[in-house]
Design a protein around this ligand. Structure first.
Ligand code: PHE
Length: 372
């Protein structure tokens, strides 16, 4: 910047000449018009309207003019600078609108496209309930025992004191595995988890405490309460001096774990070839707690107003079964109980159709929570 002059010096303030200012304006307007993007416009603004732009620098020279010439030069520069900044603002608006249009097109989301999100699955409640029950027994010192689902008839029946002509074989609606010639192969789809007892007694050292959850099969038509495929969980203890009192305790621990503490259990005589004596286990109805059986009491759908719900079969291991497994029945005694997991689940959660537990619909499973 030049110091204020006493005399008008046309050379030093050439930048303020009308021709020069017009040239600066034309240059600025051309740059604004040529800016094709907001970034280019920003550069044009800096070059032609910024602090170091020719117009601003010329403006700073006004003080160097003789006082009489300043007003006119100032007006000329001011008009020019306003024109440039108006051109900048107008171009800015055009370019922003263009950008917004482009963004709308480029970033459009087609809401009709298929969803690529995969909802997490849920473990099946039959699995999680089976595992939880097994865990309860593991915490009491039991071991988990497993066996094959295609089982030798000997394990599924003979060793359990169910001879070939015994009606129990028909009672359990067995699915027999055909041999190569189409006849019997000696193998069946296991009808219960009790053959795992035999495998455990034959292979494990005594005393023996095992729990066996697993899938079972029966030749039954599927309806609301029956299914050809279902799950049982079975508990077996063989030790010296075990009595039915121990059986009762184990049954009670099971019911406490599955339904919460405080529900009474009841054993009533029953018959199973592999236990003697045998009993069925009922528990006090966890919904009405017996209220439905009192005169004038409310009806209960869960126990059909019986006050009790039948849950399991149980008994003291038949000495014949112990002998079949090479165990001395004079020294050892055992107890066992077994029940259907689906049935326990249905009772506990008020599921009225066993098919809901079988169809694998995640909407059913998810209601039980997504357990790891
Ligand atoms: N296995 C028997 C059944 O499927 C249940 C049971 C198990 C009964 C153990 C007594 C002892 O019917």
């Amino acid at each position: 910047m030049s110091a204020p002059n006493k005399q008008y010096d046309p050379v030093e303030v050439a930048s303020l000449s009308p021709g020069e200012i017009t040239r600066m304006r034309d240059e600025a307007l051309a740059a604004v018009a040529a800016a094709g993007t907001l970034d280019e416009l920003k550069a044009a603004r800096l070059a032609h309207a910024g602090d170091r732009s020719p117009l601003r620098l010329a403006n700073a020279e006004i003080g160097a003019l003789p006082p009489g010439a300043r007003a006119e030069a100032g007006k000329r520069i001011g008009t020019t600078m306003r024109a440039v900044s108006q051109a900048l603002a107008a171009r800015q608006q055009v370019l922003e609108e263009e950008r917004d249009q482009r963004v709308l097109i480029e970033e459009a989301v087609d809401v009709t496209l298929p969803w690529d999100h995969r909802p997490p699955g849920a473990r099946h409640p039959v699995t999680t309930v089976g595992e939880r029950l097994a865990d309860v027994f593991v915490s009491m010192g039991y071991e988990i025992a497993e066996g094959p689902e295609i089982e030798a008839e000997w394990y599924n029946f003979d060793a359990l004191n169910i001879p070939p002509d015994h009606p129990a074989r028909e009672m359990q609606d067995t699915l027999f595995v055909a041999g190569p010639d189409g006849g019997r192969s000696g193998m069946v789809l296991r009808t219960h988890t009790s053959p795992v007892q035999i495998r455990a007694m034959l292979t494990r050292p005594l005393p023996l405490y095992v729990v066996s959850p697993g899938r079972c099969y029966r030749n039954e038509a599927q309806d609301a309460t029956h299914s050809p495929v279902f799950h049982q969980i079975e508990c077996l203890a063989v030790d010296e001096g075990l009595t039915m009192a121990d059986l009762r305790g184990a049954v009670q621990a099971f019911v406490d774990a599955m339904f919460g503490e405080g529900l009474r259990t009841r054993l009533r005589p029953d018959y199973f070839p592999f236990t003697e004596p045998s009993a069925d286990v009922s528990m006090e109805c966890h919904v009405c707690r017996g209220a439905s059986t009192r005169p004038g009491g409310p009806a209960c759908r869960v126990c059909r107003s019986q006050g009790w719900i039948e849950l399991a079969g149980c008994g003291m291991v038949n000495p014949r079964v112990l002998i079949a497994c090479g165990i001395d029945p004079d020294r050892y005694s055992g107890f066992a109980f077994g029940l259907g997991i689906e049935r326990a689940l249905m009772v506990r959660h008020g599921v009225t159709d066993i098919r809901d537990t079988l169809e694998g619909d995640v909407r059913f499973s998810r209601a039980f929570g997504v357990e790891a």
